[in-house]
Design a binder for this molecule. Structure first.
Ligand code: NAD
Length: 316
């Protein structure tokens, strides 16, 4: 039983790798280290169960080698910076859609893969008209990042129907925890470490979203991999509460022991952080709960825990 984790040196991927190795699976990581870090997986070097391949999935040859002798794929490699797609849509087309296409093609050509799990995102819904948003809600992304994830889901649906493996897409809410190196919590910590007296907040601070601790996200991912029975399916993976960006600013400031002045940079319509930022995000998790999974930490607890962990980890 060899498992491939693409993006396994990244934030979520490396926690998934820890979990899978802890349960005795043989794990191959393929990662180009664009945002991932070797130090997230280097504690497994020397383990017979662990193989690390530095490679870029935009190259079809790398994708073909990646799936060799593999029966389960967790595909997490992507560029996760939603904001970037406003100015550089091609990055999300290439890193997300093209890389995913290459990997699916590799599965088709090699054979042997039985299950393909894809890390999708809540951003596929865009500005949802129903909150909490169920999986049956229409897909109307408002960022190229969200569009690239929706495109990958559609490719996976068709490949799993055509080529004999099961596919499942996980629409993650904001995932947070140790090793996180992007998103609002990390951004606030970096800004406050440079200037503890003032914090620039993108948007009006009222953006409200759901956050899930990475330990819960990993358990959800493995639960779905084990229990999803359809040829292709998708599941929301999130929390039942949400917090505002202004609340996150308070939590991070407290974790760092500072009391900054907040400066809101609200230049985009409705107080969003940037064009393409979804202002309100809360996913319905009724479907995945039926598989026996539920979050242990609330959004607020996950954000607090992450702020404390990152302050420790970054030596601040
Ligand atoms: P991350 O940046 O830490 O991990 C992505 C990993 O993929 C990195 O290690 C990077 O080096 C690698 N990678 C990128 N392009 C690659 C390529 N072409 N070939 C090989 N490796 C490549 O981000 P993350 O937060 O751990 O996200 C993991 C996955 O979950 C991504 O697909 C992301 O879009 C998705 N996701 C994350 C969140 C979140 O809140 N963190 C929410 C929704 C979806």
């Amino acid at each position: 039983n060899r498992v491939l984790v693409t993006g396994g040196a990244g934030f979520i991927g490396s926690h998934l790798v820890d979990y899978l190795l802890g349960r005795g699976f043989q794990v191959r990581v393929v990662d180009n280290l664009s945002s991932g870090r070797l130090e997230h997986v280097s504690h497994h070097f020397g383990s017979e169960l662990f193989e690390f391949v530095k490679g870029d999935l935009k190259n079809p040859e790398v994708a073909l080698k990646a799936v060799e002798d593999v029966d389960t794929v967790f595909h997490l490699a992507a560029n996760p910076e939603v904001r970037l797609s406003v100015t550089e849509p091609a990055v999300h087309f290439n890193e997300n859609l093209l890389a995913t296409f290459n990997l699916l093609e590799a599965c088709r050509r090699k054979g042997g893969v039985e299950l393909f799990v894809f890390a999708s995102s809540s951003t596929v819904y865009g500005d949802a008209s129903v909150l909490p948003t169920p999986e049956t809600h229409e897909i109307k992304p408002i960022s190229v990042y969200g569009a690239s994830k929706a495109g990958c889901e559609a490719l996976l649906s068709s490949y799993s129907h055509l080529y004999g493996f099961k596919g499942v897409s996980l629409r993650y809410a904001n995932i947070v925890g140790p090793r996180l190196r992007h998103g609002v919590i990390y951004d606030f910590i970096m800004k406050l470490s440079r200037n503890p007296g003032e914090l620039e907040i993108l948007g009006d601070g009222s953006q409200r979203k759901s956050y899930l601790h990475v330990s819960d996200a990993v358990e959800a991912t493995v639960t779905v991999a084990e229990k999803s029975s359809s040829t292709y399916d998708c599941f929301n993976v999130g929390n039942e509460d949400w917090v505002t960006v202004a609340e996150i600013a308070d939590i991070v400031s407290r974790a760092m022991g500072v009391k900054p002045l907040y400066r809101f940079l609200s230049t985009v319509k409705d107080g969003r952080g940037w064009p393409g930022d979804v202002k309100l995000m809360l996913l319905s998790i009724e479907k995945i709960k039926k598989l026996g999974w539920a979050p242990r930490l609330s959004s607020r607890e996950a954000v607090e825990e992450t702020a404390r962990a990152l302050v420790r980890e970054l030596g601040l």
